[in-house]
Ligand binder design. Structure first.
Ligand SMILES: Nc1ncnc2c1ncn2[C@@H]1O[C@H](COP(=O)(O)OP(=O)(O)OP(=O)(O)O)[C@@H](O)[C@H]1O
Length: 238
């Protein structure tokens, strides 16, 4: 269980996140959705241990979160691949960091996500969708206790995005990692997460939604789905 209680954070006395309370069950996927500048990336950076001077409590299984002890995977907006390493080496880095050896797992996950044939390529030769797949494979190989994804699919065309979202869920169903996804897309939040948290422009947690549409692709002509999207969009414009 990930427990966040009374989290506050300021940049140079400017209050960015205000009294955030969220709990995520082990193996659950939640989405954080909110307008630009609301503090979503800042929130992930705090969880990843990049930002440390927050107040409030963050616990994993009742112990204070510790990025040195807890295995935390972060997929940043730019995918974070090292240009001088091949895809295979980029994925293997996470195993080196955790001093594990598991080449079989690299091949299993690469196969599941469809990147077996590009393992020897360098990142500059890859499309955005391929880089995204590599970043996802790398974080799953790490077997993190917590996976953080910052707008993971925003730069992709609609067909590639649907395809990679499906691959992501395929791997997650194989190995349900506790995951937080930051997104601007209501449709993406509905497809990929069991709970949706709305953050306002001022950095307050406004609402938690239990999502009935998880892992279901709906069209706009489905009335319940359409209403749900409309309500969330209304909340986001407050
Ligand atoms: N290093 C920094 N120093 C000072 N202010 C910062 C810093 N990084 C971000 N900010 C400010 O903090 C606020 C929250 O930024 P953050 O990147 O977390 O928002 P976001 O919700 O992820 O936005 P977006 O959806 O556009 O990515 C913004 O107003 C931003 O300008």
């Amino acid at each position: 269980m990930l427990n966040i209680e009374g989290l506050n954070f300021s940049y140079n006395e400017r209050n960015i996140l205000k009294n955030i309370n969220i709990s995520v069950k082990n193996g659950e996927i939640i989405s954080i959705i909110g307008p630009s500048g609301a503090g979503k990336t800042t929130f992930l950076k705090i969880l990843a241990g990049i930002i440390k001077d927050y107040t409030g409590q963050i616990k994993i299984n009742d112990e204070k979160i510790n990025p040195k002890k807890n295995i935390i995977g972060l997929i940043p907006q730019d995918y974070g691949l090292l240009p001088w390493k091949t895809v295979y080496e980029n994925i293997k880095i996470s195993l080196k960091i955790k001093r594990k050896k598991n080449d079989d797992l690299i091949h299993k996950i690469s196969n599941l996500i469809g990147i077996e044939d590009i393992l020897n390529k360098y990142p500059k030769k890859l499309s955005g969708g391929q880089k995204q797949r590599v970043a996802i494979a790398r974080s799953f190989v790490l077997k993190p206790q917590l996976l953080l994804m910052d707008e993971p699919f925003s730069a992709l065309d609609a067909i590639t995005r649907d395809n990679i979202q499906d691959n992501f869920l395929k791997i997650w169903n194989n190995n349900p990692v506790t995951t937080l996804i930051v997104t601007h897309s209501v449709e993406e939040a509905l497809y990929l997460s069991q709970k949706i948290y709305i953050i306002t422009e001022e950095g307050n947690l406004y609402k938690k939604i239990d999502n009935d549409f998880f892992q279901k692709r709906f069209e706009f002509y489905n009335e319940d789905y359409y209403k749900c999207i409309k309500n969330i969009k209304k909340d986001l414009s407050i």
